[in-house]
Ligand binder design. Structure first.
Ligand SMILES: [Zn+2]
Length: 207
């Protein structure tokens, strides 16, 4: 999926998740009730958008990528799209912020921003796992081949049972093709419904 699709997907579903959680905790609460609420929501939005673009830092053409940075990675969709490596990276950030919070009380927007960032990164992996290439669960260089077809000059990844796919083979869109936009929109709508309808009900059951 390209950067615009990741941004669109994360903005819509991220807002739905934020609202869904708030509605679940307090149905009368509004995220813009106070300036603190607006700051927290802004921090959440901004960091979720950064998080949604960050995994493609291994791609030269992406917003955060360039030739020097992309050369640090074996290829596109390697470590930055591996659930294991990303999980370790996010855990370290999470632990660092919570340790910092023990010594110095941090404002609420820091935690909302952290939550948004983690959601942004995970939503990127989720969206990419719907595509033909999928994402590498445990990145191993040997288990992933990369070929360039001569027919339409399109890059194709061939994975050897290491990549995860969340869609059946005949429904997986190719990144950059029309199907990927349709897939992004349909998935965003479905996830929005889950976050806005199911999530508040689920959270309210916990209280
Ligand atoms: Zn990606």
């Amino acid at each position: 999926m390209n950067g615009k699709q990741h941004l669109l997907f994360t903005s819509i579903t991220g807002t739905a998740l934020y609202l869904g959680i708030m509605k679940g905790i307090d149905p009368n609460l509004s995220m813009m009730d106070s300036s603190a609420g607006a700051i927290s929501y802004s921090a959440y939005c901004l960091s979720s958008m950064i998080g949604s673009l960050l995994p493609d830092i291994d791609c030269e053409e992406s917003l955060f990528g360039n030739k020097i940075i992309s050369n640090l990675f074996p290829r596109h969709r390697s470590y930055t799209h591996s659930l294991v490596h990303v999980g370790i990276f996010l855990s370290l950030i999470l632990i660092s912020v919570f340790i910092a919070g023990i010594f110095t009380p941090l404002p609420p927007w820091v935690y909302k921003g952290l939550f948004g960032f983690i959601y942004g990164v995970l939503s990127h992996l989720f969206l990419d796992s719907l595509t033909v290439s999928g994402i590498p669960l445990f990145w191993k260089k040997k288990n992933f081949e990369y070929v360039r077809t001569t027919k339409d000059n399109e890059d194709i990844y061939i994975d050897h049972n290491e990549n995860i796919h969340l869609l059946p083979e005949n429904l997986r869109p190719k990144s950059g093709k029309k199907g990927s936009s349709i897939c992004t929109i349909i998935t965003a709508i479905l996830l929005t419904i889950i976050f806005m309808v199911i999530n508040p009900v689920f959270i309210s059951l916990l209280y």
